[in-house]
Design a protein around this ligand. Structure first.
Ligand code: A3P
Length: 262
């Protein structure tokens, strides 16, 4: 499925919430804060992309987002104008651009075919010639909407330096109560240490696998002959045999002939 057909199938709801950013700006941190704020905080998910899907990838692989219960939360790296138009709340997290650049460099070296030098990456980043496009344009476009009533603009540095205040702003914006108990849980579970300990629930590769619907079931599966016969219906078997009748394979080995004992 293309992203276009994914978009056509997607039905926006007024209470959808988008958590938006340029890559490597603290999106996953924000996802976890909002997840902890709006649920009972259970860590019973394989990856954070299950409760809070990565919008554009989910659309492009045909994940059925219409099945999710309301209110839906989405992570996105889309530019402002690429998101569905409407009253939906959006929280944008921005980060110091030079820190983003460095974080992107390490990320793309590890997760993309790019294996060039930092100097090369710097030049590419400056002209927006990287997977995530121009950081300058992304942040400028979102900043232009920072005062919109349905946009909350926060910074990674706000979370680092004023965590409680920033979590309060997010809770107010989303109209969700923030008791001291819930705040304590958020502070604990959204700490770098806690998230690092549970990295498999936040990492890139696991996210890709889940969004593509890969289950990671056994690669070394059964190691027996005969699954074909067990699984195919008689019609499927007949169809298969007809198609295979044109394939000439060398015969399988015969059982060794028994040598008569003297
Ligand atoms: P660094 O590479 O600078 O360490 P994103 O989720 O948008 O891809 O952003 C990733 C960046 O956020 C990484 O930055 C990552 O370490 C940082 N990050 C993730 N969880 C964090 C947390 N709980 N506290 C502080 N930084 C966090």
């Amino acid at each position: 499925m293309s992203i276009l057909s994914g978009r056509l199938a997607f039905r926006p709801r007024p209470n959808d919430v988008y958590l938006a950013s340029y890559a490597r700006s603290g999106t996953t941190w924000l996802q976890m804060i909002v997840y902890q704020l709006t649920t009972d905080g259970s860590m019973d998910f394989t990856h954070i992309t299950e409760p809070i899907p990565y919008f554009e990838r989910a659309l492009s692989v045909g994940r059925d987002l219409n099945k999710l219960p309301s209110p839906r939360l989405f992570k996105t790296h889309f530019r402002y104008k690429k998101l569905p138009k409407g009253p939906y709340k959006r929280i944008y997290i921005a980060r110091n651009g030079k820190d983003v650049l460095v974080s992107c460099y390490y990320f793309f070296r590890a997760h993309s075919p790019f294996k060039g030098s930092f100097d090369q990456f710097f030049k590419n980043f400056m002209v927006g010639n990287v997977q995530s496009g121009s950081w300058f344009r992304h942040v400028a476009e979102w900043s232009a909407h920072a005062a919109d009533t349905n946009v909350l603009f926060i910074r990674y540095e706000d979370l680092v330096n004023h965590f409680e205040r920033t979590v309060n702003r997010i809770a107010e914006f989303l109209n969700v109560p923030l008791s001291p108990e819930i705040y304590a849980r958020i502070a604990e579970r959204c700490s770098f240490t806690f998230m690092k300990q549970h990295e498999e629930k936040f990492g890139f590769l696991q996210e890709v696998l889940i969004e593509f619907g890969f289950t990671g079931e056994d690669f070394i599966r059964k190691g027996k002959s005969g699954s074909g016969k067990e699984h195919l219906s008689p019609e499927q078997e007949a169809m298969f045999d007809r198609a295979a009748s044109t394939v000439i394979m060398p015969p399988p080995l015969e059982a060794p002939a028994r040598t008569a004992r003297a």
